[in-house]
Each structure stands twice: as structure tokens, then as C-alpha cells.
Write a protein that binds this ligand. Structure first.
Ligand code: IPE
Ligand code: IPE
Ligand code: MG
Length: 233
């Protein structure tokens, strides 16, 4: 079966560059090419949702030069891929803590989101300034605001379905397959809630080297998984 939602922790850009005695930014640039390749492979395979961990909340703590390099690369790639996304029916969305983004970056994001809003072949979720703990807490806060405003009934217990509506990924299916490149065996504060029953695929391949063949290998691995959701079958 093809996973409906594939999510990727795109790790290893810095090491890829260091191995070549290049500045880390070169790794991020090359990583953008892997995004393009995996997006194509996902469309070809019939994947409906692709979410990409592009920049975590913790990544803001990196040296200023790297942070601004990644931010400006994001702007460049959005401009470059604009037509390509639309032509291929890709709905572009950014999910994360927007309060930390610059006005210019926000403007470009909102413009591209509006431009691709009707696209339905694949939904691309760029997880930027995102962290799983931030997501859970912002959901609690928005839930509380709605209770205070009298929009939800606060007399009973909070239930899972009611709470999930406040997560930043509300309305989208949870990841079926979570890929992490770059050799680390951890989740690094990614979609902590949403990955409750995701199938994990870890590879040592560094993100800039993760292209179509590698993406298809991950899909093949998913084919052989038996998902049980705690039941017996
Ligand atoms: C992933 O690559 C991209 C971001 C976290 C922004 P890294 O930059 O973490 O690369 P490594 O892990 O240092 O090789
Ligand atoms: C995870 O990679 C975040 C992204 C890929 C955007 P990191 O490189 O930030 O993770 P750690 O620090 O190795 O856990
Ligand atoms: Mg890393």
C-alpha cells in the first residue's frame, strides 16, 4: 500500500557539506534539490500528503549566519518553485510558529499558500519554526481561548477528537510513514502527537543524497509493515 501521508525529518545537510569542505549552507542548498526530487517521487507514487521538517524551533538557536541563510534559501526556493508547484497541483502550506517569522518571509508564504490553495494532487506541508511541544501547547491555549469565549462547552472533560482540532495539523491525516535521514535515531521534537502510530524509517543517507531511489526504498519498506494499532490480527 502507498502511504497517504509521508513525513520526513530531513537531516544531514551540514555533515554533507562538511565532508566536502564546504560551508554548511551548501548542504542546505543541495538539500533543496532533494526536496524537489522527493516531491516528484511522491506525486508519481500517488502520495497525497508530504510533510517536511525543514526548520525546528530549536534551530533558531543556531549561529545567526546559518539561520538567516536557511531563511533566505526558503524565500529563493518558494519563488523558484512557484509555477512548478501550481502546474503539478501541489497545495503549499507552512506549519509552525509564525510569530517568529519575519514580515517579508510571512508575506511570501501567505502569497504562495493563496496561489496554490485550490491545488489537490498533493498537499505539501513545510514544517518551519515547528516543534511538537509548541504544537501541543498552542493547541491547549487556543482551546482555552475558545472556552473563555464561550465557543466550546467546557462542562465536560477534554476529549481527544475535540482537542485534535486545535493542533496545527488539524484536518490532515497523521503521518503513515515517517522517514529520518542522516543516521540519528530520534524524533527531535517533531510531530509528537501525530506520530503515535506512524511507521518509522531511519537511514544513514544524508538528506542531500536522498533522492528518488531512496524515497522509493522507503515506500518499499512501508509495503512490508504490518500495522496493528494495538490490536491482534
Ligand atoms: C538538517 O540538516 C537541516 C536543518 C536542521 C535545518 P542539519 O543542518 O541538521 O545537518 P547536520 O545534522 O548538522 O549534518
Ligand atoms: C531535526 O534536525 C530538525 C530538522 C531536520 C529540521 P536537527 O539536526 O535539528 O536535530 P538534532 O539536533 O540532531 O536532534
Ligand atoms: Mg542535524
Amino acid at each position: 500500500m502507498i502511504p497517504t501521508h509521508v513525513s520526513i525529518i530531513m537531516d544531514g545537510n551540514g555533515r554533507w557539506a562538511q565532508q566536502r569542505h564546504l560551508p554548511r549552507t551548501f548542504g542546505h542548498k543541495e538539500g533543496a534539490e532533494s526536496v524537489r526530487a522527493c516531491l516528484e517521487a511522491a506525486i508519481e507514487a500517488g502520495v497525497k500528503y508530504l510533510s517536511l521538517y525543514t526548520f525546528s524551533e530549536e534551530n533558531w538557536n543556531r549561529p545567526q549566519a546559518e539561520v538567516s541563510g536557511i531563511n533566505s534559501l526558503f524565500v529563493t526556493v518558494m519563488a523558484r518553485e512557484r509555477k512548478n508547484l501550481k502546474d503539478n497541483g501541489v497545495r503549499f502550506l507552512v506549519i509552525g510558529n509564525r510569530s517568529r517569522l519575519s514580515a517579508d518571509l510571512l508575506h511570501d508564504i501567505e502569497e504562495l499558500e493563496a496561489y496554490t490553495a485550490d491545488c489537490r494532487t498533493l498537499t505539501l506541508m513545510v514544517m518551519f519554526s515547528y516543534s511538537g511541544k509548541w504544537d501541543i501547547v498552542q493547541a491547549v491555549n487556543r482551546y482555552r481561548e475558545d472556552i473563555a469565549a464561550g465557543k466550546v462547552d467546557a462542562s465536560g472533560q477534554i476529549d481527544i477528537a475535540g482537542y485534535e482540532k486545535y493542533l496545527s495539523t488539524a484536518g490532515f491525516p497523521d503521518p503513515d510513514l515517517l522517514i529520518r535521514t542522516g543516521g540519528e535515531l530520534r524524533i527531535s521534537n517533531y510531530m509528537l502527537w501525530q506520530c503515535a502510530y506512524s511507521e518509522f524509517y531511519f537511514t544513514d543517507v544524508l538528506w542531500p543524497d536522498f533522492r528518488k531511489t531512496e524515497f522509493r526504498k522507503a515506500l518499499d519498506s512501508f509495503e512490508n509493515r504490518q500495522r496493528r494499532y494495538g490490536e491482534i490480527n
